[in-house]
Design a protein around this ligand. Structure first.
Ligand code: ADP
Ligand code: MG
Length: 675
């Protein structure tokens, strides 16, 4: 028998039990070993009945004194009550229907009871506790994902048999040196310890080791994807001076912008295509970086294109590119769905025969009839809005061109490694100089009318304002919610202002119209759900008021706040949270004090975990069994570094690396999405 053999080879597992195990996703002996406890019951430090907090889970040590005769509640439903004592206080255990358990308990014997104590100071009850004999061996009991018919007891017995198999066949994948240097447990010891820990520390060390393994395999998978992308590009570009571009710019680039441009150019002068992500906060100046690279491509006699998720954003980029690059002789065109057929055809013709250097557009760029003469650089903006498929289609337009994706969601570097692990990453972590800080205030609903007056004052000065409505799950309610809110505004002293309404259920052309009206100043206030376009510049908008701010993640609030402060005016963000608790007030306070998107994203990851970064949108995070993206940041970094080293030293191809490379292969065979 080997680890990869079916669990039916284990003694105690027949076909019927194997089927039950299959339900839990356990097919082989190895699967069973990696069927890990969700958590543990720790019987090593029980408390006395008096010490146990009411309404919380705890482990108490006590003696069975009196087994009462069962009450028959109704047919097939018996309740058993057993009185326990620890010689200081009493507690009654209530057991539903389990004659078996009831019969096991012996009066006069000591037990551990795990469960939630209820009642009051004099009369205490514990309902459906888990009960163990106090002199039993295993003081820490794992809690497993179970299925009907497979008890903890059965799983533990089978697990013991499976663990014995490790004597013949090790699960170790790492070198002894590496294990020692990083203070890890060996893999086999970790498997023993995670199922049968001697202490909670023991269990924690085991988890740490197995989490590292999981992350390492993922990072190796990412790097192997990266390798696959390394086919030769026909466009290794030549170093060219960009001085003219820098001189023509109306501002000095930040250090981060220059560094990112340098990193990209160094990629693009290689034989293999660039595959890079620029991660920058809102307003960090990604467009100027993109334009520099398009100019660089132009100097090399090649074409580039930029895909934006909406027409407004495409328009905006087009305007910026024309301003920056047309004076330098670069020919730029816009390509979007709403243009006339004739115009589109003209642009396509010019792209095909090389009369145009840069195409900027929406997904219209993806149409089959769009062809390029020599497309060497493909840029996607706000890429999380595009599916992987769309990104691929755009890349297929060219002959293995250089690729750059730009994302305006600052995320912690460790998360970026998990989501974008197959890309190289440049950070735009420095804001252009002279930005006015957006003054942020967190208030309760009591101050709403004052906040409204403040908004009115800004409107009367000629500014515009965004108001983000309370978030509601149900999309139908959402529409009503936004329109009702807008109506209540008119009745609350905003009657003389023009109010636009925007929500997720609108068609995209309707949304664009509302956005444009706001951009052109035809509306004063935009009442919206969180669909407010990412990246749209309305320099005259100076106030962002967010209702129910406590319901949003900090990163999302920071994104929303970034809609203002894009012009010369002092801008404000007002966060209204009606019944925010202590933590949520602290979070909002933290947001008021920081304007660094990366710092905020780290806080968010710590407080709310990784799920929140992209709302409910596809976030591309792999599902992890053991590791925790928030808690294991150090392991993620270590796994990445080690994976890179393994790649560069050819470890995976060596005989020592065979087990790991097998695991990486399986990663791609499984139907779980990697990213
Ligand atoms: P984002 O990274 O959010 O896409 P943009 O590229 O739209 O940011 O830039 C935001 C604004 O900052 C634009 O008006 C742009 O012209 C300006 N900007 C970009 N870089 C600099 C800089 N180095 N100094 C001053 N202003 C800059
Ligand atoms: Mg942008």
């Amino acid at each position: 028998m080997g680890l990869d053999d079916s669990i039916t080879y284990l003694s105690g597992v027949g076909p019927k039990r194997a089927e039950l195990f299959n339900k839990l996703g356990v097919r082989t002996v190895k699967d069973l070993l990696y069927h890990l406890p969700r958590s543990y019951m720790d019987f090593t430090s029980p408390v006395s009945i008096n010490e146990a907090a009411l309404d919380e889970y705890s482990v108490i040590r006590c003696k069975a004194v009196k087994k009462r005769s069962p009450d028959l509640i109704r047919k097939n439903m018996k309740i058993f009550r057993i009185l326990f004592t620890d010689d200081e206080a009493d507690v009654t255990a209530v057991i539903f229907n389990s004659v078996y358990l009831y019969n096991q308990i012996k009066e006069g014997k000591w037990y551990y009871l795990y469960g939630r104590l209820t009642g009051n100071l004099t009369t205490k009850e514990i309902s459906s506790p888990i009960i163990f004999e106090a002199d039993g061996e295993d003081k820490i009991q794992p809690i497993y994902p179970l299925t009907q018919g497979l008890s903890v007891g059965i799983i533990r017995r089978c697990m013991k048999n499976a663990l014995m198999q490790l004597e013949n066949e090790s699960c170790e994948t790492l070198s002894r040196d590496f294990i020692e240097k990083n203070g890890f447990m060996g893999a086999d010891a970790a498997l023993h310890a995670i199922h049968f820990p001697k202490s909670m520390d023991d269990a924690a060390s085991a988890r740490r080791r197995l989490a590292f393994d999981e992350l390492l395999v993922l990072q190796l998978g990412m790097l192997s994807l990266k390798e696959k992308n390394r086919r030769l590009t026909p466009y290794p570009l030549k170093e060219m001076p960009l001085d003219k571009y820098y001189e023509a710019l109306p501002f000095e680039l930040t250090g981060a912008q220059r560094r990112s441009i340098g990193e990209c150019i160094s990629d693009m002068t290689e034989n293999t295509p660039m595959n890079r992500l620029i991660l920058g906060d809102v307003g960090s100046g990604k467009t100027a970086v993109a334009a520099a690279l398009c100019y660089f491509t132009f100097l090399n006699g090649c074409q580039s294109c930029i895909m934006a998720p909406t027409e407004i954003l495409a328009d905006q980029h087009y305007a910026t590119f024309c301003r920056f690059l047309e004076p330098l002789g670069v020919k730029i065109a816009l390509l979007k769905g709403s243009m006339s057929q004739k115009k589109k055809a003209d642009v396509k013709e010019a792209l095909k025969n090389g009369d145009l250097d840069i195409a900027i557009g929406t997904h219209a760029l993806l149409q089959q009839s769009t062809e390029f003469k020599n497309l060497a650089l493909v840029i996607t903006d706000e890429q999380h809005r595009f599916g992987v498929q769309q990104r691929k289609m755009l890349v297929n337009k060219g002959n293995n061109p250089h690729r750059l994706v730009m994302s305006a969601t600052p995320i912690p570097r460790t998360l970026a490694l998990m989501i974008y692990g197959e890309l190289d990453i440049s950070l735009l972590d420095e804001m252009p100089k002279g930005r006015k800080k957006i003054l942020t205030y967190a208030v309760t609903g009591k101050l709403r009318s004052r906040a409204y007056n403040f908004v009115k004052d800004r409107l009367d000065e000629g500014r515009q304002a965004y108001i983000i409505c309370p978030a509601i799950e149900d999309s139908q309610a959402d529409i009503k919610n936004v329109t009702d809110y807008a109506k209540s505004l008119s009745e609350n002293g905003f009657g003389s202002y023009n109010i636009g309404v925007l929500h997720g259920q609108m068609r995209s052309d309707a949304k664009e119209k509302i956005m444009r009206d706001f951009q052109n100043g035809r509306t004063d206030i935009l009442v919206a759900t969180t669909v407010v376009e990412v990246g749209v510049d309305v320099p005259n908008a100076a106030v962002m008021l967010i209702e129910n701010a406590d319901r949003f993640g900090l990163s999302q609030l920071h994104q929303l706040r970034g809609r203002v402060g894009r012009g010369e005016y002092q801008s404000y963000c007002i966060l209204i949270a009606d019944n925010a608790g202590e933590t949520s007030r602290k979070r909002l306070k933290a947001l008021s004090n920081s304007s660094d998107g990366f710092e905020i994203s780290e806080m968010d990851l710590e407080i709310r975990g990784p799920g929140d970064f992209f709302g409910s949108a596809q976030h591309g995070l792999p599902r992890l069994k053991i590791a925790d993206l928030a808690a294991d940041a150090d392991l993620i970094r270590l796994a990445r570094a080690e994976a890179e080293k393994m790649y560069s030293t050819g470890y995976l191809k060596s005989s020592d690396g065979a087990r790991l490379s097998g695991a990486v292969k399986r990663l791609f065979e499984s139907d779980e999405p990697l990213a």
